[in-house]
Design a binder for this molecule. Structure first.
Ligand SMILES: Cc1cc2nc3c(=O)[nH]c(=O)nc-3n(C[C@H](O)[C@H](O)[C@H](O)COP(=O)(O)OP(=O)(O)OC[C@H]3O[C@@H](n4cnc5c(N)ncnc54)[C@H](O)[C@@H]3O)c2cc1C
Length: 470
């Protein structure tokens, strides 16, 4: 009998990480493990073998090396907002970047460098100190990581493009443990793939963004109408926004009116039709552009007013609490036809009536997003101006099937009005075929070749995964 013992890969990984990392390591028997393994979506209940919280790039390099050598499943996490739960795994290693904070704004160059664990609320706060901003998350607790790498639609996108369009450079730890900088000038192929190719190509340790002057006060807020005015107001809304400048960012929604003092009593607890409005331009022009929307109906509630940009960015936070069970889809529409509006209202009213956390949104995009050529980045479906985003939210796991059924029925009914494209960042786990189908054949082939070059073993696979070309 040989006296050679085969080391347990997990034990070896833990020993190596303990020796090589400065940051915290959390295992199942450690205090804080239960909280540390939880992600935004309460539907996701996974138990990693180990959670590593790097303090800097050196720790990330170490953790990637150990993951590669141990063959343990690997998940990478920033804000933990992945609807599909891609930032946590069972029985593997999670690289949790949440301790890597820090944003440095260069007000002269109008750029910001942010570390990998920064959330959008934190980023906006630092940039606004200098009266600057870039398109970012519409909920403050969303992480920079998954958001930027998957594209990133913010309220500022019609004016300034996707978040990934404003990424100037990034530092990335690749599967072989190398640290590379990517930009238009350095490793340009990888820079192309990072912008829309999700976390497939490595762990980003810091981002450099372009910034724009904005605020600190912006004109924005919410208009609410009774649901029976929804059809008439949605059609008039379409006519308004289609002739409006890119500075006007909007979305329409069907949601349950909260029992708040600003909502008339007869609408409280009922599905209502809402319009979210932001004017991302000069204050003196805001009134004239926003006014036609405020006159539609008129609204039962008009909360559109000057407010700090950071307050506007936090407006939707109460609708998106951490730990709720959620499932969402994001379907690019051919346009906002009467049929699309009617389907949106019919299903929106049904779901808003069943849960205060469920809502139906149609975002207006286009503008600067559509002016970037389709082949300039890995991101796809730039030309569409509207995106339908049903959100099912519930607290009791026993209700899961009912809510998933609503999402499926709505998606099927809406199909005839869509381009067939989806926004992967807001999709639940719809499978590999969906990822492949979401890129043109040419773009997918380019991404697969890039994956084969930078991550041939598919180490980074817990994401909207691109298979390495064989
Ligand atoms: C409440 C809520 C609001 C949202 N609002 C918007 C919105 O306004 N606009 C929009 O476009 N999308 C929005 N999204 C979708 C959002 O873009 C995605 O969920 C995104 O993945 C979240 O990023 P994260 O870092 O928080 O997620 P995580 O769950 O931490 O990560 C998501 C994916 O990105 C990968 N990843 C994260 N960081 C890195 C990194 N540094 N290097 C490599 N890979 C990494 C992870 O491995 C995982 O696959 C929202 C989602 C939620 C839940």
């Amino acid at each position: 009998m040989s006296d050679v013992t085969i080391a347990d890969p997990l034990e070896s990984a833990i020993a190596e990480l303990r020796a090589g990392m400065r940051g915290e390591l959390i295992g199942p028997s450690d205090e804080g493990y239960e909280a540390a393994r939880r992600v935004y979506n309460g539907m996701i209940d996974r138990r990693p073998a180990l959670i590593a919280r790097p303090t800097g790039a050196a720790d990330v390099i170490e953790a990637v090396k150990v993951a590669r050598e141990s063959s343990l499943p690997l998940a990478v996490r920033c804000g933990g907002h992945s609807i599909a739960g891609n930032s946590v795994c069972d029985d593997g290693l999670v690289i949790d970047l949440s301790r890597m904070k820090g944003v440095r704004v260069d007000p002269m160059a109008r750029t910001a460098r942010a570390n990998a664990g920064v959330l959008w609320g934190e980023f906006d706060r630092e940039a606004q100190v200098f009266g600057l901003a870039t398109p970012g998350g519409r909920v403050t607790t969303t992480g920079l990581g998954g958001f930027t790498l998957g594209g990133g639609y913010g309220w500022l996108s019609p004016k300034f493009g996707l978040t990934c369009d404003n990424l100037l450079s990034a530092d990335v730890v690749t599967a072989d443990g190398q640290m590379v900088t990517v930009s238009e000038r350095e490793n340009a192929d990888l820079f192309w793939g990072l912008r829309g190719g999700s976390g497939n190509f490595g762990v980003v340790t810091s981002y450099e963004f372009r910034l724009y002057p904005l605020g600190p006060l912006v004109m924005g807020g919410l208009l609410l109408h009774s649901i029976d005015r929804g059809q008439e107001v949605a059609r008039a809304y379409r006519d308004c926004v289609e002739s409006a400048p890119d500075e006007l960012a909007t979305a329409i929604a069907v949601l349950m009116a909260p029992p708040a003092p600003f909502v008339p009593q007869h609408l409280q607890g009922k599905p209502v039709f809402g319009i979210v409005v932001l004017y991302a331009g000069a204050a003196e022009e805001a009134e004239a552009v926003v006014e036609p929307l405020k006159r539609l109906g008129p609204p039962a509630v008009d909360l559109v007013q000057p407010m700090p940009y950071t307050a506007f960015q936090a407006l939707l936070d109460p609708t998106a609490p951490w730990g709720l069970h959620v499932y969402t889809r994001a379907l690019h529409l051919q346009g906002l036809s009467d049929g699309a509006i009617d389907t949106f209202l019919e299903y929106g009213t049904e779901i808003a009536a069943t849960s205060p956390w469920s809502q139906m949104i149609i975002f207006r995009h286009g503008g600067a997003v559509s002016r970037v050529p389709e082949d300039a980045t890995a991101f796809s479906h730039r030309s569409t101006a509207y995106m339908a985003h049903p959100i099912a939210g519930w607290e009791d796991p026993a209700d899961t099937e009912r809510h998933l059924d609503w999402i499926r029925r709505f998606s099927a009914a809406m199909q005839t009005f869509t381009t067939g494209g989806v926004y992967l960042n807001l999709e639940g786990d719809e499978g590999e075929d969906k990822v492949r189908a979401n890129f043109s054949a040419e773009k997918y082939a380019k991404l697969a070749a890039l994956k084969a070059k930078w991550d041939p073993q598919n180490l980074f696979r817990l994401n909207q995964n691109i298979r390495p070309e064989e």
